[in-house]
Design a protein around this ligand. Structure first.
Ligand code: HEM
Length: 416
């Protein structure tokens, strides 16, 4: 068993992290009785932090930068190079404002409308199928909705392929060999295609006004210049890809409804406050991103721990969402915990913490919650279905996580 070293010059913990990416930091920190410890990951000295107090430090943009923080394989597949994730300071603020401008209530309402239509159209189709792999179907539904919303207007017959390309980028970072290469190639193809589209939009912007494609194509960075088409493509993909990833949360929501029939009944009977709490609890409870990486901008001390300039630091997202100091009986799925509790910016952090505008917190949080609500509404109020015997185990080493069967349903029937 590998042990952490207080000085940071210890054995490499990459294997331990890979085996339990969601619990590695939290378990190790609790065993040591600390919120911060040094180790080695991927051969580099790495400082790991967990909990709400650590989140306050980690999300202070004066203390940390993102440039050079993400491993190359993440940039080449999941994120793309030159995107908002790796920017700091003014450059980050200007680019982030572009994403935030897409999240107005009216724009969100249009996406919810498109997704709702997608569910309504598919339920009768599913009713004619012997069984439905919910994860696969929902990803396509979300892909079609977000592409249309973003101004890409794909032909419906292209949607399954596009969904596969976006998923390949999500699955690739943790993979080796063919699955990594598949994600890499998918990114190259998508960036080329969308870069060409951006050039066309710039020639004739009117039909794209107010869409993500139009906004990114017309955006000017902090230096007053438009994005080069390739970077613009990276940012368009930064909207499409994670929206399809909401399909994972929808799958987990279906698992929770299955495990706790009481939740289903309350939501089906119209308890909208409970629907909100249920969705928050799915985001808190189920594993998605284990952690997020930054680098120390200038050396500092926190709680007697030295953070040397340039050190890579991992902040524990999943462990903070399961920290017993913040969450009573964290390993129980209990939507009620959110009744009368507005979680603080450093407590519920499945999509990052702190301030959306100044820091790197996910700009897609509202969309995520909106799309999950539509999905849970559809699953409880617009249809009935059976859940046949299947392998619903979630492997602890798999990041991003998913139940093995990808949630199969049968005997689908529309209601109302
Ligand atoms: C950033 C999670 C959905 C766009 C992030 C971060 C996480 C995250 C953990 C990094 C936070 C940090 O660096 O501190 C998720 C999860 C989602 C989701 C679990 C649900 C499936 C979305 C959606 C969008 C989106 C729907 C669409 C707009 C982004 C962007 C960033 C980001 C552009 C980079 C922000 C920045 O660096 O300033 N997300 N996200 N995400 N997310 Fe999401």
């Amino acid at each position: 068993h590998f042990g952490p070293s207080v000085s940071g010059v210890g054995p490499d913990d990459t294997v331990a992290f890979r085996l339990s990416p969601y619990t590695y930091i939290g378990d190790r920190a609790r065993a040591l009785g600390v919120d911060v410890f040094d180790t080695r990951l991927l051969l580099r000295p790495t400082t790991c932090m967990t909990g709400a107090e650590a989140a306050r430090v980690f999300y202070d943009p004066e203390r940390f930068v993102r440039q050079g923080a993400a491993p190359g394989r993440l940039l080449r597949t999941l994120f793309g190079e030159g995107g908002v994730q790796s920017l700091d300071g003014e450059a980050h603020r200007a680019r982030k404002a572009m994403f935030m401008s897409l999240m107005t209530p009216a724009a969100r309402g249009r996406l919810v409308e498109l997704a709702g239509r997608g569910w309504r159209e598919r339920i009768p189709i599913w009713a004619r199928m012997p069984h439905v792999v919910l994860y696969d179907e929902v990803n396509r539904l979300l892909c079609q909705a977000v592409c249309e919303w973003a101004g890409l207007r794909p032909a419906p017959r292209h949607v399954p392929w596009m969904t596969g390309e976006l998923l390949a980028m999500i699955e690739a970072p943790a993979a080796v060999g063919p699955r990594y290469l598949r994600g890499r190639r998918a990114r190259l193809r998508a960036e080329q295609g969308i870069a060409r589209l951006v050039e066309r939009v710039r020639e004739r912007p009117e039909p794209y006004e107010g869409t993500a494609l139009g906004t990114v194509a017309g955006h000017r960075d902090a230096d007053g210049r438009q994005l080069d088409p390739r970077t613009a493509a990276v940012e368009v993909l930064n909207v499409l890809r994670p929206t399809v990833a909401v399909g994972r949360y929808v799958t987990f929501a279906a698992m929770a409804l299955h495990a706790q029939p009481g939740c289903r009944e309350r939501i089906r009977d119209g308890d909208d406050a409970y629907l909100e709490h249920f969705v928050q609890e799915v985001r808190r409870f189920y594993p998605f991103f284990p952690a997020v990486a930054a680098r120390v901008a200038h050396s500092f001390e926190w709680r007697g721990h030295h953070f040397p300039q340039g050190r890579r630091v991992l902040f524990d997202l999943h462990g903070t969402d399961h920290d017993p100091r913040l969450w009573d009986r964290p390993e129980e799925f209990r939507p009620e915990r959110f009744a009368g509790r507005e979680p603080g910016a450093y407590e519920l952090v499945p999509q990052g913490g702190g301030d959306h505008h100044r820091g790197h917190r996910c700009p897609g949080e509202w969309i995520t919650v909106d799309l999950m609500k539509v999905a849970v509404t559809a699953l409880t109020r617009w249809m009935t279905y059976g859940v046949p015997a299947q392998d619903l185990r979630v492997e602890r080493w798999r990041a991003p996580a998913l139940p093995n069967s990808r949630f199969v349903i049968d005997q689908v029937a529309p209601t109302g």
